[in-house]
Write a protein that binds this ligand. Structure first.
Ligand code: FRU
Length: 501
């Protein structure tokens, strides 16, 4: 053998081997079910979004976090930031447990008027301290409200020495403070979940709180504990209408945890709901603890946790658990004489669009979208508009025969998501199922947006009047989309690939 060619071959092998190993490593690094465009912590557990606040061009998202394990445990506030609500960057942990307890859910504000004296434009977090040790001893006072502040845009935090700022009067579930500035009276309002109702408190300085009123006993859905509330105004044709969000665990429309809301009036002291109607912000099985950003002016941007307490701790991911929903913009719609909150993906989602396929006037029957637009890879947004309300299905599938079917049933006038054959479903009996939501609009034309990621789908129908969120865990990512319409033409389809990096 020519010694030079042997030498050359050895060099080639040496160069080639590491390349192959790197490629395999890259492949191994893409953990199954890790979303492409939804926020997940790099490792550990996440539940509720907390302390969302917009400041100086940055959206802050804090979250319930157990950094040491992928199941719920001692709660910290994790932290992530974004300039467009789509691309998130995880930051160091913001709040660690302390002598008063672990750090449960809450909110954050920018103290523009320096009412607390922490400094101009201090970012102030208002959260629940949960003292698990007290809880074990049977105390009913384990939950209190505390504050912390940051003078460097959320990077470092100082806990207030006078914590807790709101001691517990003897209520077992006394948590998740959402604070807002009430301009007419120049005071802060805290909306707090207190077991089976909401208690409103006010404060001039975020440190001293006084009870103002209570709302909700006997009104709305009550089959579980009330948690993670939010109170804010939305504009309707120049009129200020107040929305009160109350998360409920359990007893949602599709079982388990879900977000209900009330519409009414708030005068700085009390909230009065216009009616006793039960309304859901999202009908799917996997949206919970959703609340809004503060300091965004008239825009109201909302985000939820994409799971359900029924199985959140045992979903089949390994190094981390749970993602947030896509950020959504809220607006009021009047259907008949009822106000309803509609939610749709934030407009900045368009920034993640890398490629779009469009088709119009599609005949009834089966339409193999992937054959025309290419296989699904990564996340996507599907916009569909229908000339008439006719039944249709959209099937996401892989070559293992696993699938999620999303659709509209004209006879029942309802939307549905069926994940019974979606892949890994055995970890919890009720996970495999078909979930439904009423069509609330009565317009002749259906329009629909689906935000599809590799472990979730979010449905926004009729301008976001009916919304559903569902997670799933296929053994291989879905690559195919098939649309079937009954009787009527589909007016248009638009499939956009989404890339967050
Ligand atoms: C809602 C919730 C909150 C609580 C937090 C604890 O999912 O139970 O009420 O503050 O989670 O992690």
């Amino acid at each position: 053998m020519n010694p030079i060619s042997f030498f050359q071959r050895m060099i080639m092998i040496l160069l080639f081997v590491p390349t192959v190993i790197t490629a395999q490593d890259d492949h191994a690094e893409r953990e199954p079910h890790r979303p492409f465009i939804h926020f997940t912590p790099k490792k550990g557990w996440m539940n509720d979004p907390n302390g969302m606040v917009y400041y100086n061009g940055t959206y802050h998202l804090f979250f319930q976090h157990n950094p040491d394990s992928a199941v719920w445990g001692p709660m910290h506030w994790g932290h992530a930031t974004s300039t467009d609500l789509v691309r998130w960057k995880e930051q160091p942990i913001a709040l660690y447990p302390d002598a008063l307890g672990t750090i449960f859910s809450g909110s954050a504000v920018i103290d523009v008027h320096n009412t607390a004296g922490f400094g101009n434009n201090a970012m102030v977090a208002i959260y629940t301290n949960h003292n698990a040790a007290m809880k074990k001893e049977g105390f009913e006072k384990a939950e209190t409200q505390s504050i912390a502040y940051s003078l460097d845009e959320g990077k470092t935090w100082t806990k207030y020495k006078g914590n807790p700022v709101l001691p517990n009067p003897g209520i077992r579930d006394f948590r998740d403070p959402k604070v807002m500035w009430y301009e007419p009276d120049q005071k802060w309002i805290m909306t707090l979940a207190t077991l089976d109702h909401i208690t409103f408190y006010s404060s001039p300085d975020l440190k001293n709180w006084k009870e103002e009123s209570r709302f909700g006993k006997g009104i709305g859905a009550h089959s579980g504990v009330w948690e993670c509330p939010d109170l804010f105004p939305l504009d309707y044709e120049g009129k200020k209408i107040w929305v009160l969000i109350v998360n409920l665990n359990r007893g949602g429309p599709n079982g388990g945890s879900a977000t209900q809301y009330f519409v009414g009036d708030f005068d700085g002291v009390a909230f009065k709901s216009f009616d006793t109607q039960i309304r859901w912000l999202d009908y799917g099985p996997d949206e919970y603890a959703g609340i809004t950003w503060s300091n965004t002016g008239d825009r109201k941007i909302w985000i939820g946790w994409m799971s359900n307490w029924k199985y959140a701790n045992i979903v089949p991911t390994k190094n981390w658990r749970s993602a947030t929903t896509i950020a959504r913009e809220l607006r009021l719609i009047k259907a008949g004489n009822q106000y309803m909150v509609a939610s749709e993906p934030v407009k900045t989602l368009e920034k993640a669009v890398s490629k779009t396929f469009n088709a119009t006037h599609i005949r009834p029957g089966n339409y193999n979208l992937s054959a025309k637009a290419g296989k699904l890879s990564g996340a996507a947004k599907l916009d569909l508009s229908h000339t008439h309300t006719a039944s249709f299905t959209i099937t996401l599938s892989n070559d293992l025969g696993e699938q999620v079917v999303i659709g509209y049933d004209r006879d029942k006038n309802e939307y549905f998501i069926d994940r019974s054959k979606s892949g890994k479903v055995d970890f919890k009996k009720e996970f495999a199922g078909r979930y439904t939501a009423p069509r609330l609009a009565n317009t002749p034309l259906i329009d629909l947006i689906l935000v599809i990621d590799n472990a979730s789908v979010e449905l926004f129908a009729d301008g976001g009047l009916t919304t559903m969120t569902s997670i799933f865990f296929p053994n291989k990512d879905y690559t195919d989309i098939n649309i079937t319409t009954i009787n009527k033409n589909l007016k248009s389809i638009s499939l956009s690939q989404l890339k967050a990096e």
